[in-house]
Design a binder for this molecule. Sequence first.
Ligand code: TMP
Length: 219
Amino acid sequence: MAKTDSRRGKFITFEGPEGGGKTTQAKRLIQRLETAGHEVIYTREPGGTPTGEAIRNILQHDTTGEEISSAAEVLLFAASRAQLVAHVILPALDRGAWVVCDRFADSTTAYQGYGRGFDPEQMLAINGFAIDGATPDLTFLLDLDLDEGFRRLAIRHQEKASPLDRIEQEARSFHERVRQGYLDLARRYSDRFRVIDSMREEDTVHQDIWECVTRECGL
Ligand code: TMP
């Protein structure tokens, strides 16, 4: 687990390609932590603050009607993140709450770095500026086969009668690079990354995550 001595709360992030069940698993973990008596904040990226949610709408649904340049996309994700760290994440951790975040800085390295083709080292530097020391204690990479991820995504969009968003619509090769990018990050930052096979049943995945949290966060 990453070393973050000065904080009182724990910071856990969920990452991975589309359709891996991040939101479901984040919420199940929170329920379990709350039952164990912890204060837990759930948040997501992009979003999680009024400014961040406005940025989310621009990024996912082209609300301005203007094409977003790839560089602007990187900086909009980073701006949403900086706002979330300053207004939600650090205050919560400082008062001893746990924070569970649905995507965080690693998404920019995976999607804009490996996916779009920006230098991953440059993405890491921009993330460093945005997160102000808020490195996650644990990051769960919910990894799964692309076909299965898109099968699940199609079902979700069908249920909600919503269209695929701007990034979901990217080519298969883009999403394959994103997945490989995540696996590279997991190898590089093995102190905090835990790769979870998300092809399995939801309950089995949850049990793996819970065992990891209890073991590594001293519950
Ligand atoms: P989701 O969290 O609902 O899956 O939607 C967020 C989308 O934004 C998803 O397609 C991944 C993408 N994304 C990036 O491309 N870069 C980022 O830094 C973040 C946080 C998300």
